[in-house]
Design a protein around this ligand. Structure first.
Ligand code: NDP
Length: 338
């Protein structure tokens, strides 16, 4: 085992899109675990859109990243030394750890991953936070019923691709939008979406949504905001539900630059539509049900999962920036070590 610990530090808060200026690297000695702690060799890390919010110095449901400290996120790693009950060398664990080769964590802040079964990295995606987000947003917040009509934006991403396949497996009419033609073809030809369109090249996002839902949208799973949300609002069916999961189109905007809107809110009154935001961490009681259902579908070949894998911690900043602008195809992760 090497005795240095390479880390990716948060250097400067961004104004607008994130660039390399936000990141720095350093090397420290590998830390020692104290009583109740575990030393983890990090194998995979997740880059996620919510991290853009943590780069701003604002109060939110998670605290902002601290300047000069490693960025943090979902990590899968292997225990290399343990002074915590319940963990031994060689165990695989997951937790919110640093963008670094080695992390020391309180044993209570980690979760074990049982050996065998699906690839370890799935626990950052379909078997982890994004998969649970899809399940909770669609079926709990969106109260989706079999046979309903479902719209999902950012449909080829970590959350959206799972939303669409859950809805398909539940017998729904599924429509998705994505930002290039390869992604659209994948949604239609491999994931079984009934309709998929490229929101960047259609003449009108409003018309694309209207044409795909002759009887209106029962559940809109909103990942993007902007034009997509407006198009949904104008085309909701009576008693439809909008599950507000994310607004990635606005994440780089300063408060004073936020586009006004969405327009058309009066439609929601006449049609008795419910629009509700949610954060997955408030719904963790649904994790066992999703885990069971997801494994059953994976084992039966009834759900597909796709990853974009950046190789090496050095490429974590580029992986994050690429994910924010659509360079990922499926769940974006970074492989740190074998
Ligand atoms: P994705 O894997 O979907 O990656 C982000 C994608 O967003 C990009 O690939 C890109 O795809 C799309 N995108 C970026 N900018 C725009 C834009 N201006 N307009 C339209 N699409 C854009 O990420 P996740 O699946 O991890 O997250 C999806 C959404 O879910 C995000 O909004 C995120 O914040 C939210 N989320 C919310 C959670 C909650 O608890 N509420 C938990 C997890 C995620 P494309 O090529 O199609 O443009």
């Amino acid at each position: 085992m090497t005795d240095t610990n390479k880390r990716v530090l948060f250097k400067q808060r961004p104004v607008g899109p994130v660039t390399e200026a936000q990141f720095d690297f350093d090397e420290q000695p590998v830390p020692e675990p104290g009583e109740g702690e575990v030393l983890v060799r990090n194998l995979f890390l997740s880059v996620d859109p919510y991290m853009r919010g943590r780069m701003n110095d604002v109060k939110s449901y998670v605290p902002p990243f601290e300047i000069g400290e490693p960025l943090q996120g979902g990590v899968i790693g292997e225990v290399v030394a343990s002074r915590a009950e319940g963990y031994s060398e060689g165990d695989h664990v997951t937790g919110m750890l640093g963008w670094e080769q080695f992390s020391v964590a309180d044993g209570r802040a980690l979760r074990p991953i049982e050996a065998g079964g699906h690839p370890l990295s799935y626990h950052l995606g379909i078997l982890g936070m994004p998969g649970l987000t899809a399940w909770v947003g669609l079926n709990v917040v969106g109260a989706c019923k079999p046979g309903e009509a479902v719209l999902v934006s950012a449909a080829s991403g970590a959350v959206g691709s799972v939303v669409g396949q859950i809805a398909r497996n539940q017998g729904c009419h599924v429509v998705g939008s994505a930002g290039n033609d390869d992604k659209v073809a994948w949604l239609r030809d491999e994931l079984g979406f009934d309709v998929a369109f490229n929101y960047k090249t259609v003449d009108s996002v409003h018309a694309a949504v209207r044409d795909a839902f002759p009887k209106g949208i029962d559940v809109n799973f909103e990942n993007v905001g902007g034009d997509m949300l407006e198009a949904a609002i104008w085309n909701m069916a009576p008693f439809g539900r909008i599950a507000l999961c994310g607004m990635i189109a606005n994440y780089n905007a300063r408060p004073e630059e936020m586009p006004p809107g969405p327009r058309g809110m009066t439609n929601l009154i006449g049609r008795s539509v419910r629009m509700e935001g949610f954060i997955v961490s408030n719904h963790l009681q649904h994790a066992p049900a999703w885990d069971r259902q997801c494994r059953e579908w994976l084992d039966a070949g009834k759900i597909s999962y796709r990853e974009s894998v950046a190789e090496g911690l050095d490429h974590a900043p580029a992986a994050f920036m690429g994910m924010m602008s659509g360079a990922n195809f499926g769940k974006q992760i970074v492989k740190i070590a074998d």
